[in-house]
Design a protein around this ligand. Structure first.
Ligand code: ZN
Length: 146
């Protein structure tokens, strides 16, 4: 196994900043935007509020995601991630930290379905050789093929 970081070099592409739609799934809305804007590689960050969320963490022994959903008024304190190609389409990988109405925080790997109440996103396109996700036998995860 390689013990060094595997990278490709990219240049800045287009930068998009905008408002998230109300009442739809967060991951799906980002993937739809990227498909429509022909974005294949990007990083993004967003803040806002969700009316429900599905998050999880990876059980490294069982090699499965363990997830749960919560329906509540949730503040998105931080959500960052990237976009790359999986099975020919833009795929979001994102992690999120949320706060409930009492300011209690929790977070994890972001899944659908997570319904947007409101939010603002910045997407930074990366131009260069595309990274694609493939099954990694060591971790069981869909990792970049570099
Ligand atoms: Zn993750």
């Amino acid at each position: 196994m390689n013990d060094k970081i595997s990278c490709k070099e990219f240049k800045h592409g287009r930068i998009f900043t905008g408002r998230l739609p109300h009442g739809v799934d967060l991951v799906q809305s980002i993937e739809d935007f990227c498909r429509d804007a022909s974005i294949n590689m990007a990083t993004f960050s967003l803040i806002g509020a969700l009316s429900s969320v599905t998050i999880g963490s990876y059980d490294q022994t069982q090699q499965v995601y363990v997830s749960f959903s919560k329906h509540a008024d949730l503040e998105v304190l931080s959500c960052t991630g990237n976009i790359s190609i999986k099975d020919g389409s833009p795929m979001v990988h994102a992690h999120i930290v949320l706060a409930d109405i009492d300011g209690k925080t929790f977070g994890g790997h972001l899944f659908s379905e997570s319904i947007i109440f409101a939010g603002e996103i910045e997407i930074q396109e990366l131009s260069g050789e595309q990274l694609e996700r493939n099954h990694d036998t060591t971790t069981g995860l869909m990792l970049w093929n570099i």
